[in-house]
Design a protein around this ligand. Structure first.
Ligand SMILES: Nc1ncnc2c1ncn2[C@@H]1O[C@H](COP(=O)(O)OP(=O)(O)OP(=O)(O)O)[C@@H](O)[C@H]1O
Ligand SMILES: [Mg+2]
Length: 219
């Protein structure tokens, strides 16, 4: 099957310091892959390059066959809006929108508002009672669940999730992992999940380690 996402020999440098080089990766539709590696090894930078949010110094990223870094800014933004769900390590929840507004934002931006779908996502992450709360009134784990619901609400083809269970207790973490698996199994999405959790890694179809030697398959 053709790849949902293909990264070819990506490299990223800051001045003289190389964060990574020669990173190649294929994600097939329906596949959930865990990405592990020490703090500072470049996981978030890699995800940002895959999403077109950061520009690699070398290499290409093909999302459903389209070279995202070769697209004009507007086309790239549109592809991201429609096909990508990104869970940021720092959440990036919008402070002036309530919980439901944040979760529904990807649908609103595509002109397909859907209150029932927003409620479905809020139920899935256990936030339905907090729909009208503002972000400043939420805990870290609640904010993280808002970010996850928002990343999945529009049923993206590719999910890039940066430590999406880092602030969650085991019960909520399992719920979020189950949601990600569902998105892969039922919608055929490909998901790359950055995690430090053995439990999360064990649930993935494959495990990759990012380090000095680049990307290596783990058992
Ligand atoms: N703007 C920048 N200028 C210089 N170096 C940077 C910049 N942004 C990130 N780095 C460095 O790039 C490396 C990779 O950072 P990155 O955030 O991708 O790591 P990470 O693997 O996601 O770590 P963590 O597990 O802590 O989230 C780090 O050593 C970081 O210090
Ligand atoms: Mg990171």
């Amino acid at each position: 099957m053709s790849a949902m996402l293909e990264a070819r020999k990506l490299a990223k440098r800051y001045g003289d310091s190389t964060v990574f080089s020669g990173l190649s990766l294929n994600l097939a539709p329906g596949e959930l892959v865990a990405l592990l590696g020490e703090s500072g090894c470049g996981k978030s930078t890699f995800l940002n390059c895959l999403a077109g949010l950061d520009r690699p110094d070398e290499g290409q990223v093909l999302l459903e066959g389209q070279d995202i870094h070769a697209l004009a800014e507007a086309a790239q933004a549109r592809l991201r809006r429609e096909r990508l769900g990104f869970v940021f390590q720092a959440f990036h929840v919008l402070p002036h929108l309530d919980v439901a507004g944040n979760v529904g934002l990807p649908l609103l931006l595509q002109g397909r508002e859907d209150a029932a779908r927003v409620t479905e996502m809020l139920e899935a992450v256990g936030l339905v009672d907090l729909a009208a709360r503002m972000p400043r009134q939420l805990s870290g784990g609640q904010l993280q669940r808002v970010a996850i619901a928002r990343a999945l609400v529009h049923k993206p083809a590719l999910v890039l999730a940066d430590e999406p269970t880092g602030n969650l207790d085991p019960r909520h973490a399992d719920g979020v992992l189950e949601l990600l698996r569902q998105q892969c199994r039922e919608q055929g999405a490909a998901c790359l999940l950055v995690t430090h959790s053995e439990r999360a890694a064990a649930l993935a179809d494959r495990r990759l380690h990012l380090g000095e030697a680049g990307l290596e398959a783990l058992p």
